[in-house]
Each structure stands twice: as C-alpha cells, then as structure tokens.
Design a protein around this ligand. Structure first.
Ligand SMILES: [Zn+2]
Length: 229
C-alpha cells in the first residue's frame, strides 16, 4: 500500500482502542485486542449438534443449524460490542465481528451448503434513524470470509416492534407474527438461507422472519447471531 507509512504514523498518534477494554490496539489487532478476543465468553454452539440455541426454535420452524458467537450477559464488558454497533454509529464493529465469527466457525463446516446470507431487516424508519442496519454489517463480514453472497432485497420489515414492556410472553409472540414480508421470492427459492442478526433474546424476531421465509418453496434456514442471551 502506497500510504501505509502515513496510516502507521496516524495510528501511532491516535491509536484505535479495543471496543471492550478500551486499551490501545496494537498493529494487527482490529476492533478487539487479543486479550479480549481470547476472553470472550464464546458459546461454541456450532460444535454441538442439537444445541441449546437450535432447541429454542424446535416446534417453531424447521431449523437446520443455529449458533451465536458469544453469550450475552447484561452488564458484561462484552455488551459494549453490541452497544457500540447499535447505538454509537460504529457500524464497522459489525463487519469486524462478522469476520472474527466466520473465521471461528469456518472449519466446523457450519457454512457448508449455505447459499445466501440474509440479514434480518430493520424497519425502514428505524434504519433511517440509525443510518444503517447493523445486521447487514455483520453479514458483510461473514460474506468476506466465506464468499457466500448477502441478499438484502428479498425480505422487508413491514412493522416496527411496538414497545414490549408490560406485555405477557404470549402477547409478545403475538406481537411479532407479521413483522416481515417477502418482497421477492425468486432469489430465495430452493436455497439454504443463513439468517443473521446481532443479538438473540427471546428469539421471537427470528421466528417471525423465518416463518415468512418458510412460505417460499424449497427453502432451508439456519441462524447465526453475534450474541445470544
Ligand atoms: Zn481489549
């Protein structure tokens, strides 16, 4: 690279910091320092068939595979990854994390036979407020490692989630029944689709999205999120 000396010089003056511990990153470290990368509370679900995450979808839709990169624990330092990605405009964090995650899962065969990556869409209004869809950035990172294309034009979110406080679990499930619509089924037909989201809590959003996709002929669905509660 022509200007790498300049990049190195700027980096020396203003070193980027680790998203988790906020220590200055060394050359070669991106987004997270090596220490935090090693200390991350990884789920390793991808190494377990019929894992806990897959079981959460049983009876809701036929799931092929499901995994999440790390355990989401409220108040943990690793929450900062999601916070920076979603609320601090740090969309690049999504791509870095997508790459780390894909590198980790690649050898296990998790991505075998997957044809396209579909990031869970945000409602148009929400995406406009944030300026981007964080799941698209995660998907882009996964795509860079796996070479699997990302598809963002087949599904859209038709309703924003209304506030979910003071609602029963059942109401919450009811509330997400029709959040998504398939706008173009041609690129989904007969494909094994990897649904990608930032964090999985109840799983209701994924179920809602997957249920819509299942209406398309011959599709199979796997799920991958950055974090899972
Ligand atoms: Zn760190």
């Amino acid at each position: 690279m022509k200007n790498s000396w300049l990049t190195d010089f700027i980096r020396l003056l203003f070193p980027p910091c680790c998203v988790v511990c906020e220590d200055a990153l060394s050359i070669g470290e991106e987004c997270l320092c090596l220490k935090c990368l090693l200390n991350m509370p990884k789920t390793n679900y991808h190494l377990v068939a019929d894992n806990e995450l897959e079981k959460r979808f049983w009876g809701k839709f036929p799931i092929e595979r499901a995994s999440a990169y790390f355990h989401y624990v409220k108040g943990s330092d690793f929450d900062k990854i999601l916070f920076e990605l979603k609320y601090h405009g740090q969309k690049e964090v999504g791509e870095y994390m997508g790459r780390y995650m894909a590198n980790d899962l690649l050898v296990s065969g998790f991505f075998n036979e997957i044809d396209i990556i579909v990031p869970v869409p945000l409602h148009k209004k929400r995406e406009k407020e944030r300026g981007y869809n964080q799941s698209e950035w995660i998907a882009s990172g996964i795509s860079k490692i796996t070479g699997i294309p990302v598809n963002t034009n087949s599904i859209k979110r038709v309703e924003a989630n209304s506030t979910q406080t003071r609602k029963s679990v059942w109401d919450r499930w009811e509330n997400v029944q029709n959040l998504f619509a398939v706008v173009s089924s041609s690129e989904l037909q007969g494909k094994h689709i990897l649904l990608v989201d930032d964090v999985l809590t109840t799983g209701a959003t994924i179920v809602s999205c997957a249920s819509k996709i299942m209406e398309v002929r011959g599709v199979r669905i796997s799920v991958l999120t950055l974090a899972a509660a």
